[in-house]
Design a protein around this ligand. Structure first.
Ligand code: FAD
Ligand code: MG
Ligand code: MG
Ligand code: MG
Ligand code: MG
Length: 584
């Protein structure tokens, strides 16, 4: 891609591009992309704009580097470092419209956009009250809310002066990359009293709330009990986001706050992670969760496993430990909710428009192996990233047909050669058959429990059940979204040149490992499942925050622009030399 870093170069390049693109409008098929996140941006950077007119619609005019949000929430990294203006990222060859898609008509190929809901979209939760910090009686100081929302008065000016009407737009291809929402699982009080960590404003709010909690604890009349509650930080969810936030918070306390609030740190501060399963980072290798739990123990981060949150109130979290009937109250001030995601309203609406018989997955839009949305017959809608799931065909669904296809002699059973043929022929269509491929004979004799030398339909069915159980949909990660976005741009570019997509390879995902920062300058990486890297590095923790950032940038080379790398390096040096900014 082109780096729009150098200003002179940029303006010249852009000038030429502006003139090139404007004359051809209406002559090229129009690709409309919904979203400016991890799925959309790689697509937009690689799509051939000489072949397509490309329009992006998103309520967010910047790309957000989500993996660095936990660092932003404690001030290790500044907010502006992790966002990249979409216009400077893409240049003028692509049109950007700041708006939110609210409806799609797949028959007419028209989307409807509006700005009414976009405020909610940029902030994943309503404004937090300061009252949970026990400062109800104090006059509230200027907070980030007024700074960022413009307060109520300037908000009025903005709404009144700049009207954004609702509009319709035609598309030839629609790419849905709208991401996901936080899942509260309907647990009472989460929306109102917990912080999410998904958007930049969430991180700003948490940073402000931490400062607020410490300053509140310093108010002379606070009792010991108040101080203990105010400085108890609870994180719900032991996935990568929860773990990384806990780690960053522990670093922040040890490296900076300790000097300013020595008395408080020693006696009152506590960090707790609440996890419903029996260990944290359960999606990674067991060794990594063990390492993380031990490491957290040394860092004084308490991990409560097998514990379910039943509700969140202003000053407490109500939990229930597995197999116990009693509810327990945990007094605290700040709760960070990082338990999982769900589909956005637009995603669900589109599923309903297409028909929930074809779109039966409540997690998101089902697509085929080419990432085309199922149930849209002309193949004009694609879905990528968190809002999409690739349908994986089960062998069991068509076992009868598959069996008859191979059993050409109509004997009602398969011998070893036929079984081999079956695996070899079908492994492309059903990747789950890979588990038998290593040792086909062993699989055959294990399935042949009657030692008859052949497999009946029933015997085949029982081993295929095992294979189907191995099917896992791809995780909702930036790694997946990026590769899917890149794939769709390649596919569209290919289709512009040749008239058919018939010989284009289906999407396949390459896993580069998972990684999480666990604090105290240590990060853990899980390379299992990552063919290219497992051999070189195997499982081991790496150390140093620098190496951690390096790894992250290695992962996401393309999205880490030169600008981001510069800013990140500055932030890092600043935090090392002067400490983090502890003010609100
Ligand atoms: P997003 O990146 O969320 O983009 C969605 C876009 O759609 C946004 O621009 C949004 O404004 C826009 N949009 C929303 N609604 C509409 C609408 N109605 N119309 C038009 N546009 C709309 N993944 C990793 O692989 N590694 C990590 O280390 C990692 N760390 C993470 C840390 C945190 C704190 C979080 C929250 C996530 C992390 N992830 C990580 C996950 C990763 O961020 C997501 O999987 C990724 O963002 C998914 O990309 P996406 O394009 O589907 O959605
Ligand atoms: Mg996106
Ligand atoms: Mg994003
Ligand atoms: Mg999202
Ligand atoms: Mg997905």
């Amino acid at each position: 891609g082109t780096i729009y870093g150098y200003r002179l170069y940029r303006s010249r390049q852009w000038y030429n591009e502006m003139h090139d693109s404007d004359v051809t409008i209406g002559q090229k098929p129009r690709v409309v992309v919904l979203g400016t996140g991890w799925g959309a941006v790689p697509l937009l950077r690689h799509i051939d704009t000489s072949k397509y007119e490309v329009v992006v619609v998103s309520p967010r005019n910047y790309f957000l580097m989500t993996p660095l949000l936990p660092s932003v929430s404690v001030g290790t990294v500044e907010p502006r470092t992790v966002i990249e203006p979409i216009r400077s990222l893409l240049g003028p060859r692509i049109k950007f419209v700041e708006s939110e898609c609210i409806n799609v008509d797949p028959q007419q190929k028209i989307i409807t956009c509006s700005n009414d809901g976009s405020k909610e979209n940029q902030e994943t939760k309503p404004i937090a009250t300061t009252s949970i910090f026990g400062r109800e009686k104090l006059p509230s100081s200027p907070s980030i809310e007024s700074e960022y929302e413009g307060g109520s008065s300037s908000r009025k000016i903005r709404d009144g002066a700049r009207i954004r009407p609702k509009f319709d737009m035609k598309y030839d291809y629609l790419i849905v990359a709208v991401g996901s929402e936080n899942n509260t699982f309907g647990i009472p009080g989460v929306e109102k009293h917990a912080h999410f960590l998904k958007e930049i404003l969430d991180a700003r709010r948490i940073r402000s709330a931490i400062s607020d909690a410490f300053e509140s604890a310093m108010i002379p009349s606070q009792t010991d009990e108040d101080k203990r509650r105010l400085l108890h930080f609870v994180i719900v969810g032991g996935g990568p986001t929860g773990v990384e936030f806990a780690a960053e918070l522990a670093d922040y306390i040890r490296e900076d706050l300790k000097y300013y609030f020595p008395g408080l740190i020693k006696n009152y501060v506590k960090i707790t992670i609440i996890e419903a399963l029996d260990h944290v980072l359960s999606m990674m290798d067991k060794k990594i969760s063990d390492y993380t739990e031990k490491h957290f123990h040394r860092e004084n981060i308490e991990v409560m496993i097998n514990t379910f949150v039943k509700g969140i109130k202003q000053k407490e979290v109500i939990v229930q430990v597995k197999d116990s009937k009693e509810l327990q109250s945990i007094p605290c001030s700040i709760v960070v909710w990082a338990t999982g995601i769900k589909a956005r309203p637009l995603t669900n609406k589109l599923r309903e428009i297409i028909g929930t018989d074809k779109q039966s997955n409540r997690m998101g839009l089902l697509t085929d192996k080419y990432l085309r949305v199922k149930g849209v017959n002309d193949g004009s809608i694609y879905a990528i990233g968190d809002c999409a799931t690739i349908e994986q065909p089960k062998v069991l669904d068509r076992i009868q047909l598959l069996f008859e296809e191979i059993d050409t002699h109509k004997r009602g059973s398969l011998n070893l050669d036929e079984f081999k043929l079956f695996i070899e022929n079908k492994v492309n269509e059903y990747p789950q058959l890979e588990i038998f491929q290593k040792d086909i004979e062993k699989a055959f004799y294990e399935a042949d429990q009657t030692k008859s030398g052949s497999l009946t339909l029933q015997a085949l069915r029982s081993i295929m059940e095992k294979a189907d159980k191995k099917l896992r949909s791809l995780p909702a990660t930036a790694q997946v979204a990026t590769q899917e976005g890149r794939y769709v741009s390649d596919l569209l570019n290919y289709m512009a040149r040749s008239t058919t997509s018939a010989s284009f390879k289906p999407f396949s995902y390459t896993h580069f490992g998972s990684l999480a920062y666990v604090g105290g300058d240590a990060a853990v990486i899980d390379f299992s499942g990552s063919k290219p890297l497992l051999d070189i590095f195997s499982l081991k923790p790496i150390s140093g925050r620098g190496s951690y950032y390096l790894w992250k940038s290695f992962y996401f080379t393309e999205q880490f622009t030169t600008r981001t790398k510069f800013l990140l390096a500055f932030d890092w040096v600043r935090a090392r030399l002067f400490g983090r900014d502890i003010s609100r």
